[in-house]
Ligand binder design. Structure first.
Ligand code: UT7
Length: 325
Protein backbone atom coordinates (compact mmCIF):
# COMPACT_ATOMS: atom_id res chain seq x y z
CA UNK A 1 0.00 0.00 0.00
CA UNK A 2 1.26 3.50 -0.84
CA UNK A 3 2.48 5.51 2.13
CA UNK A 4 1.57 9.19 2.08
CA UNK A 5 3.08 11.97 4.17
CA UNK A 6 0.33 14.00 5.82
CA UNK A 7 0.63 17.27 7.74
CA UNK A 8 -0.66 16.59 11.27
CA UNK A 9 0.43 19.79 13.03
CA UNK A 10 1.51 23.33 12.21
CA UNK A 11 3.21 26.02 14.28
CA UNK A 12 4.84 29.40 13.84
CA UNK A 13 6.61 32.12 15.76
CA UNK A 14 7.28 35.82 15.16
CA UNK A 15 9.70 37.74 17.39
CA UNK A 16 8.01 40.41 19.51
CA UNK A 17 9.88 43.43 18.20
CA UNK A 18 7.96 45.16 15.39
CA UNK A 19 9.33 47.54 12.78
CA UNK A 20 6.59 49.57 11.05
CA UNK A 21 6.70 51.40 7.75
CA UNK A 22 6.62 54.64 9.78
CA UNK A 23 9.75 53.49 11.66
CA UNK A 24 11.48 52.93 8.31
CA UNK A 25 10.61 56.47 7.19
CA UNK A 26 13.10 57.73 9.76
CA UNK A 27 15.80 55.28 8.63
CA UNK A 28 15.78 55.58 4.81
CA UNK A 29 14.20 57.73 2.10
CA UNK A 30 10.88 55.89 1.85
CA UNK A 31 7.23 56.31 2.78
CA UNK A 32 4.50 54.20 4.32
CA UNK A 33 2.44 54.85 1.19
CA UNK A 34 5.16 53.59 -1.21
CA UNK A 35 5.75 50.41 0.81
CA UNK A 36 2.00 49.64 1.09
CA UNK A 37 1.28 50.29 -2.58
CA UNK A 38 4.32 48.51 -4.04
CA UNK A 39 4.57 45.56 -1.65
CA UNK A 40 1.46 45.29 0.58
CA UNK A 41 3.70 45.20 3.67
CA UNK A 42 2.55 47.10 6.79
CA UNK A 43 5.11 45.84 9.32
CA UNK A 44 7.79 43.23 9.92
CA UNK A 45 9.10 41.49 13.04
CA UNK A 46 12.79 41.71 13.92
CA UNK A 47 14.70 39.33 16.20
CA UNK A 48 16.40 40.86 19.22
CA UNK A 49 20.19 40.76 19.05
CA UNK A 50 20.22 37.83 21.48
CA UNK A 51 17.65 35.85 19.46
CA UNK A 52 18.93 33.47 16.81
CA UNK A 53 17.32 31.49 14.02
CA UNK A 54 17.38 28.42 16.31
CA UNK A 55 15.44 30.34 19.00
CA UNK A 56 12.69 31.20 16.51
CA UNK A 57 12.72 27.69 15.01
CA UNK A 58 12.41 26.06 18.43
CA UNK A 59 9.23 28.00 19.27
CA UNK A 60 7.59 27.17 15.93
CA UNK A 61 8.66 23.52 16.22
CA UNK A 62 7.23 23.11 19.73
CA UNK A 63 3.90 24.56 18.58
CA UNK A 64 3.76 22.23 15.56
CA UNK A 65 4.62 19.18 17.69
CA UNK A 66 1.91 20.14 20.23
CA UNK A 67 -0.64 20.67 17.47
CA UNK A 68 0.15 17.19 16.10
CA UNK A 69 -0.42 15.72 19.56
CA UNK A 70 3.14 14.38 19.61
CA UNK A 71 6.12 14.59 21.95
CA UNK A 72 9.56 15.71 20.71
CA UNK A 73 10.77 12.12 21.21
CA UNK A 74 8.34 10.94 18.52
CA UNK A 75 10.21 12.92 15.86
CA UNK A 76 12.53 10.77 13.74
CA UNK A 77 13.71 13.32 11.16
CA UNK A 78 14.39 17.07 11.25
CA UNK A 79 14.76 19.07 8.04
CA UNK A 80 15.26 22.80 8.51
CA UNK A 81 15.34 25.42 5.76
CA UNK A 82 17.32 28.57 6.41
CA UNK A 83 19.58 31.09 4.73
CA UNK A 84 20.62 32.53 8.08
CA UNK A 85 21.97 29.64 10.21
CA UNK A 86 23.16 30.32 13.77
CA UNK A 87 26.59 28.88 13.05
CA UNK A 88 28.59 27.68 10.05
CA UNK A 89 28.22 24.29 11.73
CA UNK A 90 26.59 22.35 13.29
CA UNK A 91 23.49 22.81 11.18
CA UNK A 92 20.60 24.72 12.74
CA UNK A 93 18.58 21.48 12.48
CA UNK A 94 21.07 19.86 14.90
CA UNK A 95 20.81 22.87 17.23
CA UNK A 96 17.01 22.56 17.26
CA UNK A 97 17.37 18.82 17.87
CA UNK A 98 19.50 19.59 20.94
CA UNK A 99 16.94 22.11 22.24
CA UNK A 100 14.15 19.58 21.89
CA UNK A 101 16.23 16.93 23.68
CA UNK A 102 15.92 14.54 20.74
CA UNK A 103 18.86 12.20 20.19
CA UNK A 104 19.91 10.10 17.22
CA UNK A 105 17.52 10.90 14.38
CA UNK A 106 18.77 12.46 11.13
CA UNK A 107 18.82 16.27 11.19
CA UNK A 108 20.04 18.58 8.44
CA UNK A 109 19.56 22.00 6.86
CA UNK A 110 18.55 22.77 3.31
CA UNK A 111 19.38 26.03 1.60
CA UNK A 112 17.08 27.27 -1.15
CA UNK A 113 16.51 30.80 0.21
CA UNK A 114 12.80 31.76 -0.14
CA UNK A 115 11.94 28.36 -1.66
CA UNK A 116 13.62 26.66 1.30
CA UNK A 117 10.50 25.39 3.04
CA UNK A 118 9.10 23.96 -0.21
CA UNK A 119 12.41 22.13 -0.74
CA UNK A 120 12.53 20.94 2.89
CA UNK A 121 8.94 19.67 2.81
CA UNK A 122 9.56 17.86 -0.46
CA UNK A 123 12.73 16.19 0.90
CA UNK A 124 11.05 15.15 4.15
CA UNK A 125 8.08 13.77 2.19
CA UNK A 126 10.46 11.46 0.31
CA UNK A 127 11.75 10.04 3.61
CA UNK A 128 8.23 9.46 4.93
CA UNK A 129 6.74 8.03 1.74
CA UNK A 130 9.62 5.54 1.38
CA UNK A 131 9.35 4.42 5.01
CA UNK A 132 12.71 5.93 6.03
CA UNK A 133 10.94 8.16 8.59
CA UNK A 134 7.49 8.10 10.18
CA UNK A 135 7.20 11.44 11.92
CA UNK A 136 9.23 14.32 10.49
CA UNK A 137 9.63 17.89 11.70
CA UNK A 138 10.02 20.38 8.84
CA UNK A 139 10.97 23.95 9.70
CA UNK A 140 11.53 27.20 7.81
CA UNK A 141 13.27 29.79 10.00
CA UNK A 142 15.14 33.01 9.33
CA UNK A 143 16.79 35.97 10.94
CA UNK A 144 16.97 37.68 7.55
CA UNK A 145 17.40 41.06 9.26
CA UNK A 146 21.05 40.03 9.87
CA UNK A 147 21.83 40.02 6.15
CA UNK A 148 20.03 43.28 5.36
CA UNK A 149 21.74 46.62 4.82
CA UNK A 150 19.48 48.89 6.87
CA UNK A 151 20.60 51.90 4.82
CA UNK A 152 19.49 50.34 1.49
CA UNK A 153 15.86 51.26 0.80
CA UNK A 154 15.69 48.83 -2.14
CA UNK A 155 15.83 45.85 0.24
CA UNK A 156 15.38 46.90 3.88
CA UNK A 157 11.65 47.64 3.59
CA UNK A 158 10.93 44.13 2.30
CA UNK A 159 12.28 41.57 4.75
CA UNK A 160 11.60 40.36 8.29
CA UNK A 161 12.34 37.52 10.72
CA UNK A 162 10.21 34.54 11.74
CA UNK A 163 9.76 30.79 11.76
CA UNK A 164 7.14 28.23 10.78
CA UNK A 165 7.03 24.47 11.13
CA UNK A 166 4.97 21.41 10.32
CA UNK A 167 4.94 17.81 11.51
CA UNK A 168 4.36 15.29 8.74
CA UNK A 169 3.46 11.68 9.48
CA UNK A 170 3.14 8.47 7.53
CA UNK A 171 -0.48 7.91 6.54
CA UNK A 172 -2.60 5.60 4.40
CA UNK A 173 -4.66 8.56 3.22
CA UNK A 174 -3.25 11.56 1.31
CA UNK A 175 -1.32 13.65 2.19
CA UNK A 176 1.17 15.37 0.02
CA UNK A 177 0.12 14.62 -3.56
CA UNK A 178 3.16 15.93 -5.42
CA UNK A 179 6.06 18.33 -5.16
CA UNK A 180 7.92 20.13 -7.92
CA UNK A 181 11.38 21.61 -7.39
CA UNK A 182 13.42 23.71 -9.79
CA UNK A 183 16.51 25.90 -9.87
CA UNK A 184 18.51 27.90 -12.37
CA UNK A 185 21.84 29.13 -11.04
CA UNK A 186 22.32 31.35 -14.09
CA UNK A 187 20.46 34.08 -12.18
CA UNK A 188 22.95 34.12 -9.28
CA UNK A 189 23.58 37.84 -9.17
CA UNK A 190 20.00 39.12 -9.47
CA UNK A 191 19.41 38.19 -5.82
CA UNK A 192 22.38 37.33 -3.60
CA UNK A 193 24.68 38.08 -0.70
CA UNK A 194 28.04 38.53 -2.43
CA UNK A 195 30.32 37.48 0.45
CA UNK A 196 30.60 34.12 2.14
CA UNK A 197 32.66 31.61 4.07
CA UNK A 198 34.79 30.36 1.19
CA UNK A 199 34.78 33.47 -0.95
CA UNK A 200 35.41 35.76 1.99
CA UNK A 201 34.16 39.31 2.37
CA UNK A 202 37.11 41.17 0.90
CA UNK A 203 35.84 42.17 -2.53
CA UNK A 204 36.22 45.87 -3.23
CA UNK A 205 34.49 45.48 -6.61
CA UNK A 206 31.22 44.24 -5.07
CA UNK A 207 28.41 46.80 -5.22
CA UNK A 208 27.74 47.70 -1.60
CA UNK A 209 28.77 45.78 1.49
CA UNK A 210 29.31 42.08 0.60
CA UNK A 211 27.72 40.96 3.89
CA UNK A 212 24.26 42.04 2.78
CA UNK A 213 21.45 41.09 0.40
CA UNK A 214 21.59 42.68 -3.06
CA UNK A 215 18.56 42.45 -5.29
CA UNK A 216 17.60 43.72 -8.72
CA UNK A 217 14.01 43.91 -7.55
CA UNK A 218 12.29 44.68 -10.80
CA UNK A 219 13.91 41.79 -12.69
CA UNK A 220 13.28 39.40 -9.80
CA UNK A 221 9.65 40.52 -9.75
CA UNK A 222 9.11 39.73 -13.43
CA UNK A 223 10.82 36.35 -13.17
CA UNK A 224 8.81 35.47 -10.05
CA UNK A 225 5.46 36.25 -11.69
CA UNK A 226 6.23 34.27 -14.87
CA UNK A 227 7.82 31.33 -13.11
CA UNK A 228 5.08 30.94 -10.50
CA UNK A 229 2.47 31.04 -13.25
CA UNK A 230 4.25 28.14 -14.97
CA UNK A 231 4.57 26.07 -11.82
CA UNK A 232 0.85 26.33 -11.16
CA UNK A 233 0.23 24.69 -14.56
CA UNK A 234 2.92 22.05 -14.00
CA UNK A 235 1.49 21.09 -10.60
CA UNK A 236 -2.13 20.84 -11.75
CA UNK A 237 -1.15 18.90 -14.87
CA UNK A 238 0.91 16.37 -12.83
CA UNK A 239 -2.16 15.67 -10.67
CA UNK A 240 -4.71 15.77 -13.48
CA UNK A 241 -6.51 18.53 -11.62
CA UNK A 242 -8.34 21.67 -12.64
CA UNK A 243 -7.75 25.13 -11.22
CA UNK A 244 -11.10 24.90 -9.46
CA UNK A 245 -9.93 21.78 -7.56
CA UNK A 246 -7.57 23.91 -5.44
CA UNK A 247 -9.23 25.18 -2.24
CA UNK A 248 -6.38 27.35 -0.97
CA UNK A 249 -3.29 28.99 -2.41
CA UNK A 250 -0.58 29.33 0.26
CA UNK A 251 2.08 31.36 -1.55
CA UNK A 252 5.51 32.64 -0.60
CA UNK A 253 4.89 36.03 0.99
CA UNK A 254 7.23 38.44 -0.83
CA UNK A 255 4.97 41.03 -2.43
CA UNK A 256 1.17 41.27 -2.63
CA UNK A 257 1.44 42.11 -6.34
CA UNK A 258 3.22 38.80 -7.05
CA UNK A 259 0.60 36.94 -4.98
CA UNK A 260 -2.24 38.69 -6.86
CA UNK A 261 -0.70 37.68 -10.19
CA UNK A 262 -0.48 34.00 -9.18
CA UNK A 263 -4.07 34.07 -7.90
CA UNK A 264 -5.20 35.53 -11.23
CA UNK A 265 -3.38 32.71 -13.04
CA UNK A 266 -5.41 30.24 -10.94
CA UNK A 267 -8.66 32.19 -11.51
CA UNK A 268 -8.80 32.26 -7.74
CA UNK A 269 -10.54 34.98 -5.77
CA UNK A 270 -8.31 36.56 -3.15
CA UNK A 271 -10.46 35.18 -0.32
CA UNK A 272 -9.05 31.74 -1.23
CA UNK A 273 -5.46 32.98 -0.97
CA UNK A 274 -3.66 33.09 2.36
CA UNK A 275 -2.02 36.51 2.67
CA UNK A 276 0.20 37.35 5.64
CA UNK A 277 2.82 39.49 3.87
CA UNK A 278 1.15 42.60 5.34
CA UNK A 279 1.93 41.37 8.87
CA UNK A 280 5.54 40.20 8.53
CA UNK A 281 7.01 41.08 5.11
CA UNK A 282 9.23 38.59 3.32
CA UNK A 283 10.56 36.11 5.89
CA UNK A 284 12.21 33.94 3.21
CA UNK A 285 12.07 30.23 4.15
CA UNK A 286 9.66 30.97 7.03
CA UNK A 287 7.00 32.63 4.92
CA UNK A 288 5.01 29.65 3.58
CA UNK A 289 4.76 27.80 6.92
CA UNK A 290 3.91 31.09 8.69
CA UNK A 291 1.04 31.66 6.27
CA UNK A 292 -0.08 28.03 6.50
CA UNK A 293 -0.13 28.05 10.30
CA UNK A 294 -2.06 31.32 10.39
CA UNK A 295 -4.88 29.97 8.19
CA UNK A 296 -4.96 26.60 9.98
CA UNK A 297 -5.21 28.21 13.43
CA UNK A 298 -7.87 30.75 12.46
CA UNK A 299 -9.98 27.90 11.05
CA UNK A 300 -9.92 28.90 7.38
CA UNK A 301 -8.10 25.76 6.21
CA UNK A 302 -10.14 22.63 7.02
CA UNK A 303 -9.20 18.93 6.93
CA UNK A 304 -9.56 17.39 3.48
CA UNK A 305 -9.07 20.65 1.57
CA UNK A 306 -6.58 20.88 -1.29
CA UNK A 307 -3.72 23.32 -0.79
CA UNK A 308 -1.18 24.62 -3.28
CA UNK A 309 2.01 25.84 -1.61
CA UNK A 310 4.55 27.66 -3.78
CA UNK A 311 7.76 29.64 -3.51
CA UNK A 312 10.35 31.53 -5.51
CA UNK A 313 13.70 32.85 -4.36
CA UNK A 314 17.43 33.35 -4.72
CA UNK A 315 19.30 30.93 -6.97
CA UNK A 316 16.91 31.24 -8.63
CA UNK A 317 15.00 28.44 -6.97
CA UNK A 318 11.29 27.77 -7.23
CA UNK A 319 8.86 25.02 -6.39
CA UNK A 320 5.44 23.89 -5.28
CA UNK A 321 3.73 21.29 -3.11
CA UNK A 322 0.16 20.16 -3.70
CA UNK A 323 -1.45 18.45 -0.72
CA UNK A 324 -4.67 17.33 0.86
CA UNK A 325 -4.76 18.78 4.35
O1 UT7 B 1 11.53 36.44 -2.07
C1 UT7 B 1 12.41 36.42 -3.15
C2 UT7 B 1 11.84 37.11 -4.25
N1 UT7 B 1 11.87 38.56 -4.06
C3 UT7 B 1 10.88 39.25 -4.53
O2 UT7 B 1 9.95 38.63 -4.97
C4 UT7 B 1 10.96 40.72 -4.61
C5 UT7 B 1 10.61 41.10 -6.01
N2 UT7 B 1 10.61 42.52 -6.29
C6 UT7 B 1 9.68 43.35 -5.77
O3 UT7 B 1 8.89 42.98 -4.92
C7 UT7 B 1 9.62 44.74 -6.32
O4 UT7 B 1 10.38 44.81 -7.49
C8 UT7 B 1 10.09 45.85 -5.33
C9 UT7 B 1 9.07 46.00 -4.24
C10 UT7 B 1 11.44 45.47 -4.78
C11 UT7 B 1 10.20 47.19 -6.07
O5 UT7 B 1 8.96 47.53 -6.67
P1 UT7 B 1 8.91 48.02 -8.18
O6 UT7 B 1 7.50 48.36 -8.48
O7 UT7 B 1 9.57 46.95 -9.01
O8 UT7 B 1 9.74 49.34 -8.12
P2 UT7 B 1 11.06 49.74 -8.92
O9 UT7 B 1 12.21 48.91 -8.45
O10 UT7 B 1 10.76 49.75 -10.39
O11 UT7 B 1 11.26 51.21 -8.42
C12 UT7 B 1 10.29 52.23 -8.67
C13 UT7 B 1 10.76 53.50 -8.01
C14 UT7 B 1 12.22 53.83 -8.31
O12 UT7 B 1 12.31 55.23 -8.45
P3 UT7 B 1 12.38 55.90 -9.92
O13 UT7 B 1 13.61 55.29 -10.55
O14 UT7 B 1 11.11 55.49 -10.59
O15 UT7 B 1 12.49 57.34 -9.61
C15 UT7 B 1 12.92 53.42 -7.03
O16 UT7 B 1 14.11 54.14 -6.83
O17 UT7 B 1 10.66 53.38 -6.61
C16 UT7 B 1 11.89 53.74 -5.99
N3 UT7 B 1 12.07 52.98 -4.77
C17 UT7 B 1 11.58 53.39 -3.58
N4 UT7 B 1 10.89 54.47 -3.22
C18 UT7 B 1 10.51 54.61 -1.93
C19 UT7 B 1 12.69 51.79 -4.59
N5 UT7 B 1 12.61 51.42 -3.29
C20 UT7 B 1 11.92 52.40 -2.66
C21 UT7 B 1 11.52 52.58 -1.31
N6 UT7 B 1 10.81 53.69 -1.00
N7 UT7 B 1 11.78 51.68 -0.36
Amino acid sequence: MKIFARITGTGSYLPEKVLTNKDLESMVDTSDQWIRERTGILKRHIAETYQTTCDLAEQAARRAIDAAGKRPQDIDLIVLATTTPDKIFPSTACLVQQRLDIHGCAAFDVQAVCTGFIYALSVAEKFVSTGAARCALVIGAETFSRIIDWTDRDTCVLFGDGAGAVVIEASEVPGILSSHLHADGAYETLLHVPGGVSRGYNMPDAEGDPHYTRMRGNEVFRMAVNTLGRIVDETLHANDMKKSDVDWLVPHQANIRIINATARKLNMSMDKVVVTVDQHGNTSAASVPLALDTAVRDGRIRPGEVLLLEGFGGGFTWGSVLLKF
